[in-house]
Write a protein that binds this ligand. Sequence first.
Ligand code: AHR
Length: 502
Amino acid sequence: MLQAQLTIDPAHRVAPVRRRTFGTFVEHLGRCVYTGIYEPGHPTADEEGFRGDVLALTRELGVTTVRYPGGNFVSGYRWEDGVGPRDRRPRRLDLAWHTTETNEIGIDEFVRWTRIAGLEPMMAVNLGTRGVQEAVDLLEYCNIPSGTALSDLRIANGAKEPHDIRMWCLGNEMDGPWQIGHKTAHEYGRLAAETARAMRMVDPGLELVACGSSGSSMPTFGTWEATVLEETYDLVDHISCHAYYEEKDGDLGGFLACATDMEHFISTVVSTADQVGARLGSQKKISLSFDEWNVWYLSRVQAEAPRQDWPIAPPLLEDHYHLADAVAFGSLLITLLRHSDRVAAACMAQLVNVIAPIMTEPGGRAWRQTTFHPFAQATQHARGDVVRVEPVCPTYETAEFGEVPVLHAVATQDGADTTLFVVNRSTTEPLELELDAGPLGAGGGAVRIVEATTLTHEDVYARNSADDPDRVAPRPNTSHRSDPLRIVLPPVSWNVIRLSRA
Ligand code: AHR
């Protein structure tokens, strides 16, 4: 059995837990919208066609913000197609995913769904095929109370109150050659700056996100952020980061350490942004909107033959996650929390069916994928302040990231209650973790573990399904002992340990 020690010291406070860390993403892609959040005629659908089972799971997941409508989709999207009487809405080719968009759901229905679900909408504008005017028009439609052509159109379409969307993404992944209307950093930086300037003329209080890199392996990574921020520094609040990870060539140990790349991604973007700020003599700090992150078996999609037809809402990117995926996913979530001082928002991509924690059958059941659990536990238990912890633990060698620690952890602290989120990356060994909660105990009685759960499985490739929805789910971990405080963490596991001062 491996051995490790971990000290929880409130002096290592990072920042308050930010609720926007727990955002998600709904794109017009595959079955995320149609037969995902929306399916009129489904046995659980309400009178507006929203699936009640998906709404219940969304609430249980505890997501906070939701980015919409893309993704790659937004770079060819005409928002006007999705408003007004449904029978007059056009069908369009969606070039991004080679499908047909019916526009049955548009901005008004989506905002309505976020209100029912209790989520904050976060909107992306099309800077691929469109520009400043269309972005300002959409803002007028959404946020101006009344008395202008577009705000009155919204009211005529049934949305009396303004949507009041605070956070806006200036395009999507404009650094990617796959993006419709892909641009160089300089071209995009200029367009983003002019769009931001005009949007701020409408509403100076908006929070604006400039597109950063779509991955740390992009050839322009770093220089893209520097150029874009040179153009937009005073006009935006956040720069976006996108990252997806998958197990490659059977290298499970390397995959479980993928958060090492996310750590590097965040620190590189923070230093790049701060360097631009210093060069401009600005006191302002740009924060990060990690508005797409997840495990995604993208290489499988890239290996598929290009689609020839234009189907409506076909199954696309429907990854079925196993236990190891959930553990890697948990480690990514730990990384986002550890950087709460600079990561202001994050969106787990996506919410339902498309690389998602929630899966549905058209007309049938909905269930929790393995990745649902780390996310739901974090939204439930991450409270108060984020506290950085650095376990003293064994390391192992990976081909991609060199030597990495076997444990990855973060704590949150709220008064007398502390929660530790910890991943054991060892593929073979359980680990006995000794906890030093000394400074925690200083203000009162002894600290004890009040609850511990573990997400693991003897088969690291075990998945959940509609027929076996709870095959991989958190179970109580009863191995903990006092004096000293210790607990055994199984190999390939995500663990939530709740401590309290007596
Ligand atoms: O989330 C799936 C896709 O991944 C998004 O549409 C795009 O922004 C990213 O490449």
